[in-house]
Design a binder for this molecule. Structure first.
Ligand SMILES: [Zn+2]
Length: 124
């Protein structure tokens, strides 16, 4: 796994320095919030034609939309077993949400720390 690069950010307001994961640099506030807290899912009901279309295939799907970052998660299930067929997510702003491939996961605490550092910068 590639080494994750970090950089020091010194807060003038507090006088201390924190190491920040540079992969968070271009992430929006919404992306950092979802990265640290998880997505704020809300259910998007299927239209009647879509429900009928899926039923003819012996399937149903559950669609959730993140109220913060607008990412969409779709879980397809087989009927009547309700067995999961697929679970996929489409990130509305993938370029600012995802970390580069091969660089490992971004820990929730790292996303939260990046937000904290931005908030501290506002105090300066
Ligand atoms: Zn989200």
């Amino acid at each position: 796994m590639a080494t994750v690069s970090t950089k020091s950010k010194r807060s003038k307001a507090s006088g201390f320095t924190l190491q920040v994961d540079t992969r968070t640099d271009k992430m929006s506030e919404a992306a950092l919030t979802c990265r640290s807290l998880g997505h704020a899912w809300d259910r998007r009901p299927l239209t009647k034609p879509r429900r009928l279309e899926l039923l003819t295939q012996g399937l149903t799907e559950r669609v959730r939309v993140c109220l913060r970052c607008a990412s969409v998660r779709t879980v397809v299930r087989r009927l009547p077993s309700y067995e999961e067929v697929s679970d996929s997510i489409v990130y509305a702003n993938a370029h600012e949400y995802l970390v580069p491939k091969g660089t490992g996961r971004l820990a929730r605490a790292e996303a939260d720390k990046a937000m904290f550092v931005r908030e501290m910068a506002e105090l300066a």
